[in-house]
Design a protein around this ligand. Structure first.
Ligand SMILES: [Zn+2]
Length: 152
């Protein structure tokens, strides 16, 4: 990641040796529950009083569980490109953890291109450029297609 590109929110994702992004979640030591975004304590499982969660890399792939399309700019303080382009938001059930992670869908893919149950993989996309000229990126979902490079 170059100095001019930074995550919009620290600590939500990282990239592996090949540059592929993965989300960072947290896992409860006591009951094994996963949570995203990551947190250091206070297990989200109501039946568990665990208070120590470890940061863990999450599955890069999952199944599309639900999605929606935003046709209007978000309200302040969320940055919106001008002119506004509609974008899709996907809820993806992670392959190994079974939890749902929300994210924008990469540019150029809208609701008409999506189908519940399709395989999705993690990507990143620019969100906005901050006052220092740094491009802030966020995690995003994209459909797994055969048009891409070899699957990992
Ligand atoms: Zn727990």
């Amino acid at each position: 990641m170059s100095a001019s590109t930074q995550p919009a929110i620290d600590g939500w994702f990282a990239t592996d040796g090949s540059g592929a992004p993965y989300l960072i979640g947290a896992k409860c030591h006591q009951c094994g529950t996963y949570v995203f975004p990551p947190r250091a304590n206070n297990c989200p499982n109501p039946a568990c009083d665990g208070d120590e969660l470890a940061q863990v890399p999450l599955s890069r792939r999952g199944t599309l569980w639900s999605y929606t399309e935003n046709r209007y700019p978000p309200p302040a303080p969320y940055p919106a490109p001008d002119p506004f382009e509609p974008f899709a938001i996907a809820a993806v059930e992670l392959a190994d953890e079974g939890m749902i992670v929300l994210g924008k869908v990469v540019e150029g893919t809208l609701a008409a291109d999506l189908k519940v149950g399709m395989e999705m993989e993690l990507a990143t996309m620019p969100l906005y450029v901050d006052d220092d000229g740094v491009e802030r990126i966020v995690h995003a979902w994209r459909p797994v297609t055969s048009q891409r490079g070899p699957a990992k």
